[in-house]
Design a protein around this ligand. Sequence first.
Ligand SMILES: [Zn+2]
Length: 481
Amino acid sequence: MEDQVIVGLEVHCQLDTKSKLFCGCSTDYRSDGPNTHVCPVCLGLPGAMPVLNRKAVEYAIRVAKAFNCSVPEESEFSRKNYFYPDLDKAYQITQYDKPLAEGGYLEIEGDEGGERKIHLTRIHVEEDPGRLVHMGNTERGKYSLVDYNRAGIPLIEIVSEPDMRSPKEARKFLNKLRATLEYLSVFDSEKEGSLRVDANISIKGSERVEVKNITSYKGVEKALNFEITRQKNLLRRGQKVERETRHFLEARGVTQSARSKEQEHDYRYFPEPDLRPLQVQSWLPGIVLPELPDARRERFMAQYGCSLNHARTLTGELKLANFFEQVVKEDPRGLSAPASTWIADTLIGELNYRDMSLDKVEPAAMTGLVRLINADTITDKSGIEVLRVMLDQRLKDEATEAPSAIVARLNLAKTTGDTGAVSTAIEEAITENPKALEDYRAGKAGAQNFLVGQVMKKTRGKADPGELNRLLTEALKKKGA
Ligand SMILES: [Zn+2]
């Protein structure tokens, strides 16, 4: 039997508040110099008192509610004591035995199709530590600099149960998590370092390994794939998997054992004396949730007739879902079907290929393109050509043309009705490829498709495929085939 893979994730997300968790310092620090967003509170100077940012708590409760967690009467902050240079106070204010929320779940598309529930253990709020910048090369640092701009940024930690069975499911879990947090307007996934993941992974029956501090979405899948192979190889050779903490080295795509001492912590947690316990349940009535990804997916299927796969893709990112609705808004009835295919399949593929953000594309331009295809002005093949020109212009920040202008300039309008041009191309193609005609006569599969390709080339993709096939069949028949 295939070894069963067991994965659980601990995800840290920065809450997108304006100020830090316990002081008024701005969280918009990324483009500023080091140690410019600091004050006595987030620097941990003696006598400074934390004041809780209510917005951060509200955001965290929104998340808890969205994931169906149970929220206790009372929640409490605790001090986690340890020494590390990025932690100015020598303790982190976090939550320990009284987290903000427990239980709950989110649904992902399982590897075997259908929805699968991934259960959550807990969600709690804590402050981010500062950041160390190591100078020198990675093997041997010369010295390190510390930047406390990040110290005190509000985080939520979302801990899952070990419910995932593959790296792919872990990726789907993270995608769903990210989408939901963005729908809730509490998180900005585009900010660098706004999400960090620790992954617990084991092969059923063996010890589990924790891989710390993975900082990218792609990194999670890579780290898990590496660990599964490493652990399976150990077991195959009859060796044991050690229970340990490992670091993921992103650049090399491998995990490496952390020195075992790093695992043996005694944090001496105790309740934070400068903050009162939170009466969390009293906050609940004031929290109203927006439409979330699952509900929007169902709505896209009902309202726009999207297929399940298209609806899943389109609603899997807030920006994409909004983009789709913008594109079809003038004529949902006429545009929904072609727009869902062109956005979910073609546009996303072309954007990924260019490593390009959706922000660069105006919905109106996409509407224009979909209208041309829908009105049968251009073939699908020409549509892709127009789309590529559109995207390249935007990627290079060149002057942009409307899709119809691109069609006119490149002379891409369909030749429907202009059977003369198509017939001429067919005659030429047959004359130039006597072998294909012979093959066709001999009943060889593929000969007609080959000729279709030749004619398409001659008409530069403008021939209507249906019309082309009809004319070609006629021409071949005339030739006694
Ligand atoms: Zn501060």
